[in-house]
Design a protein. Structure first.
Length: 225
């Protein structure tokens, strides 16, 4: 079979793949990431008002905060607490993050997770893209949350260089701007990437939201290491 014919076969296979969103208010929903036809799962949670206040106070004092580390569930709470400054104020936030590390490692039978926690006042990844990972946990503790696109509305040929430098809204990536979906602040999402077994050309397409002047985000991501 010629390379052109093989390419056409691959394109046809990718076109008939279906991927869907699964959400729920019970953290057990995160296990649904193992369903083959799903490429995004969200635990739709509301952060307690006390934790929201802690986060606001933290961002006021550390508006440029960045931390990156590899953690195990056993050392996560202490390591995160120290990275956040070690004060009593940040205990609720460090405990919440440590709980997510524990859940993430348990779900993927991993001893460690790679953590990034970043305070942002601009979009980190402003264009729609896919991640070259198997799966990534994403949660926005404060501010506008991640935007994403359903698999069936995308012309994936317009990702990356295929956009020819045009904005997502005019590149041809999507036909209808109303198809853009957005997580909520507090939601804990698992985004299936291109390296998940059997998920090539079906990784979740997502981007950072645009921020207005003076707006801040606090973004956490976890990766399998």
């Amino acid at each position: 079979m010629s390379s052109l014919a093989i390419s056409n076969v691959d394109d046809t296979i990718n076109q008939i793949k279906t991927r869907r969103f699964i959400g729920g208010d019970d953290p057990a929903v995160l296990a649904d990431i193992y369903q083959e036809d799903c490429n995004i799962v969200a635990w739709e949670r509301n952060l307690p008002p006390e934790l929201q206040q802690v986060i606001r106070e933290f961002l006021r004092s550390k508006s440029s905060f960045q931390a990156s580390m590899t953690l195990s569930p056993h050392n996560a709470a202490a390591s995160i607490h120290n990275a956040l400054g070690g004060s009593n104020l940040v205990v609720p936030l460090s405990e919440d993050i440590a709980q997510l590390v524990d859940m993430f490692c348990y779900l993927f039978d991993s001893d460690r997770a790679g953590l990034r926690l970043t305070a942002l006042d601009t979009a980190m990844c402003p264009k729609f893209h896919v991640d070259r990972v198997s799966c990534r946990l994403v949660t926005t503790y404060h501010g506008a949350a991640t935007e994403w696109l359903p698999h069936n509305v995308i012309d994936r040929a317009k990702l990356g260089h295929g956009s020819e430098g045009k904005p997502d809204e005019t590149s041809g990536l999507i036909a209808n701007l109303e198809d853009i979906q957005q997580l909520r602040s507090g939601d804990v999402a698992l985004l299936k990437g291109e390296l998940w077994d059997g998920n090539d050309s079906a990784g979740l397409v997502h981007r950072s939201p645009a921020l207005t002047m003076g707006e801040q985000r606090l973004l956490l991501t976890l990766d399998i290491t």
